[in-house]
Design a protein around this ligand. Structure first.
Ligand SMILES: Cc1cc2nc3c(=O)[nH]c(=O)nc-3n(C[C@H](O)[C@H](O)[C@H](O)COP(=O)(O)OP(=O)(O)OC[C@H]3O[C@@H](n4cnc5c(N)ncnc54)[C@H](O)[C@@H]3O)c2cc1C
Length: 336
């Protein structure tokens, strides 16, 4: 029997809405993507991301569902976007924070301990400054802006129509998928923003090829190599929805962490700084909430890039078969 094709409106062109539009269009649905901003990504949290696909390191503060969806997420990024780098992640700790490495090893899976020689062989820039290191081979990363542009282009090539400057709920669609991130707070009162500050630098001297996490008891931070000598240094986790410029204290923490990871950052040029607010529910788990032809996909918190492709597939399956994955579909209106 031929699958029914629907006219679907997707609200919000962050990483969640883009993947949603792409997956539904690939399955033959007529998709229109509505974005409030006049330029793509101008008002999205997604441009602030790392964007690490950290299905293992995030086990430190996430539920098992993140890992399961994350595996599918990485597979879909790899199939779709040639810029997906699967080089793994290294976690390191300075001598005084050695206990953090043991704690992190207990809280996460899919890693192996690196000897000093193995660490230098993998990332010569890390030298012998660390008390120990863990290697998470499954993890991947990408540069967010080129990746978002690529997914948008792919979606349009699959027939998705993009409407910029469009903030009203679409009319006349069979179904609406609401991917407005924090913009959906009017409908989802439990949603909150968690401020993440980051700095992007450019360096000719740093040679890192994979994300490096510097474990620390108070502010664990990381460095992500994008491309063309750009490195993202991130990120704070602050219970606030304020975006805009970062604070002096956070700048000191972020830049000190980068310098501790690799002193070659000393000569780097600061290219941009800023903060985004991650959309999150009280338990920091992602949710799909389906009600009368209107479906919210939200609360991806620290893992929007990791999870967006897999959640898009779950929504498409639901649209076509009514199947609801109990790990992410929420029925109870009180949990919205
Ligand atoms: C500093 C930082 C680092 C991060 N690092 C990582 C990482 O390494 N890996 C990872 O996986 N995740 C990371 N994240 C998390 C990730 O960025 C978020 O989970 C993700 O961006 C959420 O995507 P979204 O599409 O739900 O929201 P958004 O990107 O905010 O997109 C929502 C879109 O909806 C639009 N919108 C709002 N209201 C309306 C309306 N009424 N009509 C139409 N459009 C509307 C907005 O303009 C916006 O474009 C990080 C986040 C931050 C802040």
């Amino acid at each position: 029997m031929a699958r029914r094709s629907y006219a679907i409106g997707v609200r919000g062109a962050g990483v969640v809405g883009l993947w949603q539009a792409l997956v539904l269009a690939r399955r033959g649905h007529a998709v229109t993507l509505y974005e409030q901003s006049a330029q793509p990504f101008a008002e999205s949290c997604s441009v602030y991301a790392g964007a690490m696909l950290a299905l293992r390191c995030e086990e430190d503060n996430a539920e098992p569902v993140i890992n399961e969806l994350g595996k599918r997420g990485i597979a879909l990024w790899r199939e779709t976007y040639p810029g997906t780098a699967v080089n793994g992640t290294i976690a390191v700790a300075l001598g005084r924070d050695r206990a953090e490495l043991d704690r992190f090893a207990r809280m996460t899976g899919g890693h192996r301990r690196l000897s000093a020689a193995e660490l230098v062989a993998l990332e010569p820039g890390l030298g012998d400054r660390f008390a120990g290191a863990l290697f998470f081979a499954e993890e991947a990363h990408l540069a967010p802006e080129p990746a978002l542009r690529f997914v948008l282009d792919r979606a349009q090539a699959e027939g998705v129509r993009l409407r910029l400057g469009a903030s009203e709920a679409p009319e006349g669609a069979d179904l609406v998928i609401d991917c407005r991130g924090l913009g959906a707070k009017d409908d989802l009162p439990n949603l909150r923003g968690v401020r993440g500050e980051r700095i992007v630098v450019k360096s000719r001297d740093v040679t890192l090829t994979r994300p490096v996490r510097l474990l620390h008891p108070r502010f664990p931070l990381y460095v992500v190599p994008w491309s063309d000598g750009l490195y993202m240094i991130g990120a704070t986790v602050i219970e606030s929805e304020e975006t805009g410029a970062i604070t002096l204290r956070s700048a000191l923490d972020l830049l000190s962490a980068a310098y501790a990871v690799d002193p070659a950052f000393a000569e780097a040029e600061i290219v941009r700084q800023g903060a985004g607010a991650r959309p999150a529910f009280p338990d920091n788990r992602p949710r799909i909430i389906a009600r009368n032809g209107y479906i919210y996909v939200n609360g991806l918190y620290r893992n929007g890039f990791l999870l967006a492709p897999a959640l898009a597939e779950l929504v498409a399956d639901y649209v076509e078969t009514g199947a609801k994955d109990p790990e992410v579909f929420v029925e109870d209106p009180a949990q919205r």
